[in-house]
Design a protein around this ligand. Structure first.
Ligand SMILES: Cc1cc2nc3c(=O)[nH]c(=O)nc-3n(C[C@H](O)[C@H](O)[C@H](O)COP(=O)(O)OP(=O)(O)OC[C@H]3O[C@@H](n4cnc5c(N)ncnc54)[C@H](O)[C@@H]3O)c2cc1C
Length: 372
């Protein structure tokens, strides 16, 4: 918003319940797409990172990998988010941290009132970028998403046989798990560690036949990797998948980022939150250009629905239903038997131009498999 209309910067207030630098449970894999979007706004987030140039995927039957070159990096959210907030402040935006919003209510044509620990705040527009437990989403009356994930992660020392540190490793070989395990290289206070975790999706509350606690699933996996789970500190959290039918705006309230919904297949949400932010900044810069109260914030719903971001999320939602449903075996075979599939997946994560010959081969084989 500040980039699109610098005069509006002094009218923007960011309210954050934690104090920066604040951490957020997250494996920190940031696709190149996210950094490109920030760079286009003139924001360079220079924090310690592990560069990543490929992805490996282990299915129940095969293991595949691809390295199309630089596709992104792994950051620590405690550092990355702090740098983002400093960038916003450098653009003239006021950030008030350590202030929890306790309630949000609309106030007719005048906007909305936020009840906070530090007293009430009045705003013409409230952008709910308050994550998976969004209080703005509740005020909008938007129910819980149909796709929700549970996630648990730990940071450990690398093991003796640790896989390639320039890859993000996904392991979906456990078919009981409607999700996957990951091992991502990470840097904690300069130490090269590995972030390991379990992602499990539930669709309409159904997580399949898997009754296990995800912390126990991670514990089992750590033991198999020769790591004592007792020596690790688990971080547990939830994630919300994008839902095309969910209400994202009403009156003076609108939702972005995980408050709105992100990728349900892998739980990727950093680049998506950045992309929501880019769209919202452009949208609000137009809506707030005059001194009239903005009346058509509800159009945010259409802006999102017509965006590249929503097309991507709708496609991922479709894949989530297939992959974590009855088509898993077939989809996994298609993915692992088509060497170009991981390659194209890497390009998608990176926001690179596709290798069209590869993409067409992947889609062709996918269509044949699904038709069969
Ligand atoms: C374990 C785990 C691993 C993940 N790994 C990855 C990954 O490797 N790559 C990837 O792309 N994505 C990953 N994700 C997803 C990603 O972390 C989120 O999708 C992303 O952070 C969403 O960004 P956001 O800005 O919308 O919300 P958040 O990052 O959740 O930020 C919301 C902010 O709102 C604040 N807030 C909330 N409520 C209030 C309130 N009432 N008052 C004031 N402030 C409030 C919170 O303190 C927080 O700072 C992972 C998620 C989890 C849980």
């Amino acid at each position: 918003l500040a980039v699109h209309n610098p005069r509006l910067a002094e009218r923007v207030l960011v309210v954050e319940r934690a104090r920066y630098p604040r951490d957020k449970p997250c494996a920190g894999a940031l696709g190149g797409r996210g950094d490109t979007l920030l760079r286009e706004l003139g924001v360079e987030v220079d924090v310690p990172s592990v560069p990543v140039d490929g992805i490996s995927f282990r299915g129940a039957e095969r293991h595949v990998a691809a390295s199309p070159g630089s596709i992104g990096r792994v950051v620590r959210r405690v550092e990355f988010d702090h740098a983002l907030v400093r960038a916003a402040a450098a653009h003239g935006v006021e950030v008030r941290d350590g202030v929890r919003v306790e309630a949000v209510r609309e106030d007719g044509d005048r906007g909305a009132v936020l009840e906070t620990e530090a007293g009430p705040l009045r705003a013409r527009v409230v952008v709910g970028c308050d994550g998976v437990g969004s209080i703005v989403r509740k005020a909008l009356g938007t129910g819980p998403a149909r796709m929700r994930a549970q996630v648990v992660e730990v940071d450990t020392e690398p093991t003796a046989g640790e896989a390639d540190r320039r890859h993000l490793h996904f392991d979906a070989s456990d078919r009981r798990l409607a999700g996957y395990a990951w091992d991502f290289p990470t840097l904690v206070d300069g130490r090269p560690l590995v972030c390991r975790g379990i992602y499990r999706l539930a669709i309409d509350g159904d997580r399949g036949v898997d009754e296990r606690d995800i912390a126990a699933v991670l514990g089992e996996r750590l033991r198999a990797q020769g790591i004592d789970p007792g020596s690790c500190k688990n971080k547990r959290y939830a994630e919300r998948g994008y839902e095309p039918a969910a209400r994202l705006a009403r009156g003076s309230l609108m939702l972005v980022g995980e408050a709105a919904g992100i990728d349900p297949v892998t739980g990727e949400g950093i680049a998506q939150a950045i992309e929501y932010g880019v769209l919202a900044g452009r949208f609000l810069a137009e809506r707030l250009a005059t001194s009239e109260p903005p009346r058509d914030i509800v159009r945010w719903q259409d802006v999102v629905a017509g965006s590249r971001l929503a097309r991507d999320l709708r496609m991922r939602r479709f894949f989530a239903r297939l992959f974590y449903g009855r088509s898993r075996g077939r989809l996994e075979r298609w993915f692992t038997e088509t060497p170009d599939a991981v390659y194209v997946g890497c390009q998608h994560f990176a926001g690179q131009d596709y290798d069209w010959a590869k993409l067409l081969r992947v889609l062709g084989r996918g269509a044949v498999r699904m038709a069969w």
